[in-house]
Each structure stands twice: as structure tokens, then as C-alpha cells.
Design a protein around this ligand. Structure first.
Ligand SMILES: [Fe+2]
Length: 258
């Protein structure tokens, strides 16, 4: 076990971070920002600036929430690291992104299994400044709520291959937009190495693609715009999931037993 403990907000909604935590955040921020130039989409990089994220201190949830409310009507809610899926989907359907508030320790600088505030805020929040992206988050959450748990676990593959590990075709070349790419040096390097497999985004294919959470992704799905993601949920999603189940999973591109 990692031994991380969720932080609790004070009466003003502030979370306390000590100087070591601010220093770890600062190092992570500076390292990723340097590396992500030319690797992440312009929307993502602009979003970092629009949120006022910086290398001086761990940001406060309530400040991010206020900025997002003004920009796109999105928001963030501080939660313990893991919340039940139903609560997670409910929040997304309300344009609210759940955010774990603890920060990784220095010895976990490069990899942490549970999402911490660096992954949540630095990885996820910049794109919540984009209206189409937020519309997708809301549509995804609503769809998951309507479908219920027997379907929503499968629909989560869509979240995984977009919100967490999505890639976008831009005039400058392929760029990442997923939070798991933005918040990880090794994932960002791999996704933009030219060696990873890139497939055109297609809902049915995504729903048939298994993944592992503990390795760099062997395959990424490429979109052209965030509006394309919104449109992907226009059809009968339940029928598409049924079709994905009927056709079965595509062969895994990783060792199942590892
Ligand atoms: Fe995430």
C-alpha cells in the first residue's frame, strides 16, 4: 500500500499543503511543462495558463473551481482518492470533475498508481476550459448514469482512451490531450515517440479494446476535434455496447498474465 491519506478541507474549503508538497508540485509542474511543449495540444497548454497553474504552490480546488465556473460552467470537487462509480458518473453529468487532493511524495515522483492532485489538476483540469470537451464530459456522465452499472463499466473504455489517454491530429502533427499523457513523463514520451500504435477514433473499436492501467499504453485512439467526441455519443450507445459485446474484445496488445 502506498500509505497516502486523503486531505480534508478546512472551514473555508482550503486544503493544507506543506512546503515539501509545494516543492514537489513545483518540480513536477516545471518538468512536465518543459517536456509537453510540442507534445500536447494547444487547447491543453492554453488551459494550463488560463487556470493560472504555476510552479510555486499546489493549487487550491476552490480557486480552480471558480475559474472553471466562469470559463465553461465546469467545476471540480475534492474527493477521497477512489469514489464509487455511480458517484463519479453523477459528478461528470453535472460538469463536475472529482479531484483527489493528496499529492504524491518525492519517492513516487515518476509513477503513482492512484491518481493524486497532480494527475487530477495538472492532467485533467486544463481541458475543462474547453467548451466542447466539457460538453463531452457531461454527455459521457449522463450516458453512464442512464445506462447503469452493467453497461457503464464497458463505457468506461471510452473515458480511458479519450479523457485519460486520448491523442489528437493537429496541423502541427499528433498531440496528446489525455490526462494520463499530460501528467506522466514516460507516457508523454511514449505517446509522441512515433512508435506507439495509433488508431482512428471509433466508438465501437474503443469499446472492444482492453487496456491495462499499469503500463504505458500500447495503442492510442486519435481524434480530430473534441466535437467529434460529443458526436460519438449521438447514436444508440446501448446498442453499440451490445454490438461490442457480441463481437467480443479485440486481441490484447499486452501480456494478459503479467
Ligand atoms: Fe485521470
Amino acid at each position: 500500500m502506498s500509505g497516502y491519506v486523503s486531505k480534508v478541507a478546512d472551514a473555508d474549503g482550503r486544503f493544507a499543503y506543506d512546503p515539501e508538497e509545494d516543492a514537489v508540485w513545483g518540480e513536477l509542474f516545471a518538468r512536465q511543462m518543459k517536456f509537453l511543449q510540442g507534445r500536447m495540444t494547444g487547447q491543453y497548454l492554453d488551459g494550463v495558463a488560463r487556470l493560472g497553474l504555476n510552479d510555486r504552490a499546489v493549487p487550491q480546488i476552490r480557486d480552480i473551481d471558480a475559474r472553471l465556473a466562469a470559463l465553461t460552467g465546469a467545476g471540480v470537487v475534492g474527493v477521497p482518492a477512489i469514489i464509487p462509480p455511480a458517484q463519479f458518473f453523477d459528478l461528470l453529468s453535472l460538469r463536475k470533475f472529482p479531484v483527489a487532493t493528496f499529492l504524491r511524495r518525492r519517492e513516487d515522483m515518476d509513477y503513482i498508481e492512484e491518481p493524486d492532485i497532480f494527475h487530477e489538476v495538472f492532467g485533467h483540469c486544463p481541458l475543462l476550459t474547453d467548451p466542447d470537451y466539457v460538453d463531452f464530459i457531461e454527455r459521457f456522465g449522463k450516458q453512464a448514469v442512464v445506462l447503469g452499472k452493467t453497461y457503464s463499466w464497458r463505457l468506461f473504455r471510452l473515458f480511458w482512451f479519450t479523457v485519460e489517454f486520448g491523442m489528437m491530429r493537429t496541423p502541427e502533427g499528433l498531440r496528446g490531450y489525455g490526462a494520463g499523457i499530460a501528467s506522466s513523463l514516460s507516457e508523454a514520451a511514449h505517446a509522441t515517440s512515433g512508435k506507439a500504435e495509433m488508431l482512428p477514433f471509433d466508438l465501437l473499436t474503443v469499446l472492444r479494446t482492453p487496456y491495462r492501467i499499469d503500463i504505458v499504453q500500447p495503442v492510442y485512439f486519435v481524434i480530430d476535434t473534441f466535437a467529434q467526441l460529443v458526436r460519438s455519443l449521438d447514436g444508440d450507445v446501448r446498442a453499440t455496447i451490445d454490438e461490442a459485446k457480441r463481437l467480443g474484445d479485440l486481441p490484447a496488445r499486452f501480456d494478459q498474465a503479467a
